[in-house]
Design a protein around this ligand. Structure first.
Ligand SMILES: NC(=O)c1ccc[n+]([C@@H]2O[C@H](COP(=O)([O-])OP(=O)(O)OC[C@H]3O[C@@H](n4cnc5c(N)ncnc54)[C@H](OP(=O)(O)O)[C@@H]3O)[C@@H](O)[C@H]2O)c1
Length: 386
């Protein structure tokens, strides 16, 4: 069943009957509406069905600091009597602690609802299971729904990685020819993919906390790296430059990057001891110790997370792509393949620095989705151990 929140309209208007799986799928879909605005919180959706399975309300976590999904859904119910015997479906275990907003489990425990079905346990070991316990003690039937585990984990992937690994979630975006070239060795790379693909990239930039590039991509392309999608017009557009010697600062003042954001939205990652002039007083300068001549990605990603970046959208270049893959630090890949062939001789391969000696060591993309954008094909999926 493919449900789309847009065609449902006002809950209660259509007497729509949903079964538990449909209710959770709807909760997953509506949760996605918070994309780009909830960090460091997870995307969460909630659906409430009446005692006989009719859709009563739906809600999602819209913005950091604002109401949680459960509270949003409850706010749509005018008559509390409708909640008698109702069933609530929520993509993540209701929270048990007072954070920016009051604890949802405590609020739900006061209501005459019959059951709460949640998608994933709270990954924070300090609170995991406690929301469920509060509800059970109040006599509410509580169930975890394992059936949609992959979809639920994909929905909460940034939050799960942040919580489990204490580092920034990495999404890699590649625009390549059919034979895997991302440009010419001469540096020419604009444009390999179609305008439709590039428009989708604009959305994805806004969906992440920051866009990250290596020093050469900044120096060669002088990109803006902001999202021109109107959804994100008001959002702070952060950029991370990985540049051990700080050489990008020679061009930064006059760059396109600074035409569309303040200096304070730029994170410059260098080795220790790089001195910056007072023009760069407001830049976010992060220093990382080198190991074997490179800045180790696990340290970069842990430091970015400490500095409030829950997810990065990596836009190149070949060196950064290869290093990240080699370090097994890529969580999700978006690769747009254009129906063109460039050839390895004059081209620049996005995996040029990746060394695989045996086929069974090949990196395997899982939970794949494909989509077309004009003539291009997009593959997206996760690099997971199994
Ligand atoms: N089609 C596409 O999707 C796409 C996307 C982006 C870029 N591109 C193209 O790719 C080309 C640039 O690729 P590239 O491989 O030359 O360069 P790059 O990956 O953009 O930058 C590489 C440089 O960044 C620094 N760096 C990055 N990560 C580092 C780390 N962990 N440790 C140490 N240093 C690190 C190093 O600077 P130092 O040399 O100072 O040590 C390194 O030489 C451009 O021509 C661009 O147009 C294509």
């Amino acid at each position: 069943v493919v449900l789309n929140y847009r065609i449902i309209g006002n809950p209660g208007e259509h007497n729509l009957q949903l079964n538990p799986l449909e209710a959770m799928r709807l909760a997953i879909e509506i949760a996605k509406k918070g994309t780009g605005f909830v960090s460091p919180n997870p995307l969460v959706g909630c659906v409430i069905l009446s005692s006989d399975g009719e859709l009563l309300a739906q809600g999602f976590h819209e913005r950091i600091g604002e109401a949680h999904a459960e509270v949003q859904a409850l706010a749509q119910i005018d008559d509390p009597e409708k909640l008698r015997g109702a069933h609530l479906y929520v993509t993540l275990e209701p929270c048990s602690h007072q954070g920016r907003t009051p604890a949802c489990a405590v609020k739900l425990a006061t209501l005459p609802i019959a059951s709460v079905t949640y998608g994933l346990k709270d990954p924070n070991p300090l609170v995991s299971g406690q929301g469920a316990e509060i509800l059970c003690k109040a006599g509410i039937s509580v169930r975890e729904m394992p059936e949609l585990k992959d979809e639920l984990e994909d929905l909460a992937e940034v939050f799960l990685t942040n919580m489990r690994s204490h580092r920034t979630f990495v999404t890699m975006k590649v625009a390549a020819s059919l034979d895997g070239q991302i440009g010419l060795a001469t540096g020419e790379s604009q444009w390999i993919t179609s305008a439709a693909s590039r428009e989708h990239v604009q959305y994805l930039r806004g969906a992440h906390d920051a866009v990250l590039v290596g020093a050469n991509t900044f120096m060669r392309d002088n990109p803006r790296l902001n999202s021109r999608n109107t959804l994100f017009a008001e959002k702070e557009q952060k950029v991370v430059l990985v540049d051990p010697s700080g050489r990008t600062t020679e061009r930064l003042i006059e760059s396109e990057l600074l035409k569309v954001r303040p200096m304070s939205s730029i994170f410059l990652v260098t080795r220790p001891g790089v001195k910056l002039s007072n023009h760069f007083d407001s830049i976010q300068h992060l220093e990382i110790n080198e190991q074997d001549g490179i800045l180790p990605w696990p340290l970069i990603l842990a430091k970015l997370y400490e500095n409030g970046i829950g997810s990065v959208f990596v836009e190149g270049g070949a060196y950064v792509y290869s290093q990240l893959l080699q370090a097994s630090m890529v969580d999700r890949l978006f690769i747009y393949l254009a129906p063109k062939i460039i050839g390895a001789k004059g081209g620049l391969s996005w995996t040029q620095g990746l060394k695989i000696d045996q086929l069974n060591q090949a990196l395997q993309l899982r939970r794949i989705h494909t989509r077309t954008f004009g003539p291009d094909v997009l593959f997206t999926g996760r690099f997971l151990a199994h």
